[in-house]
Design a protein around this ligand. Structure first.
Ligand SMILES: [Zn+2]
Length: 139
């Protein structure tokens, strides 16, 4: 990184550290309850389904579909203005969980509901990597 990263960094918690560590390695992992097999996002201390604290992680395929989105044109904090316009989306992973993210590597106006996307990683600092999604390349 040649320029200082000014946007907020992820606020990690002991129970979400694994998610960010994996992202750093360009892997998308999902917290999974070992007791009832519920996929959990965002990471928590307890399974929201059975309240078990016996939670593990499994790697996601990184394939997802745009569930809904909005194109952000304005009304953002100063530090995000250089990114405008951008597509802020909720994507549904193959594993069935939904994640808020940005759709990158395409024009915001080309994004549509139901669009196939795949995870892509952006190293924002030496310590943090953010998962975003880009249009899926088929084959
Ligand atoms: Zn559970």
């Amino acid at each position: 990184m040649s320029t200082e990263y000014k946007k907020p960094l992820p606020a990690t918690q002991p129970w979400s550290e694994e998610f960010w560590k994996a992202a750093k390695l360009h892997k998308l992992v999902i917290q999974t309850c070992k007791k009832c097999n519920t996929k959990i996002f965002y990471p928590r201390k307890f399974c929201p389904n059975c309240w078990s604290s016996d939670l593990g992680w499994s790697e996601a395929t990184g394939k997802a579909r745009v569930y809904t989105f909005t194109i952000t044109m304005d009304m953002v904090e100063e530090k995000f203005k250089e990114d405008l316009p951008y597509a802020l989306a909720i994507v549904e992973l193959e594993e069935g969980i939904r994640m808020m993210t940005r759709i990158v590597d395409c024009k915001p106006e080309d994004v549509y509901i139901g669009m196939d996307v795949q995870v892509v990683f952006e190293d924002i600092t030496d310590d943090y990597t953010l998962p975003f999604f880009k249009p899926a390349t088929n084959g």
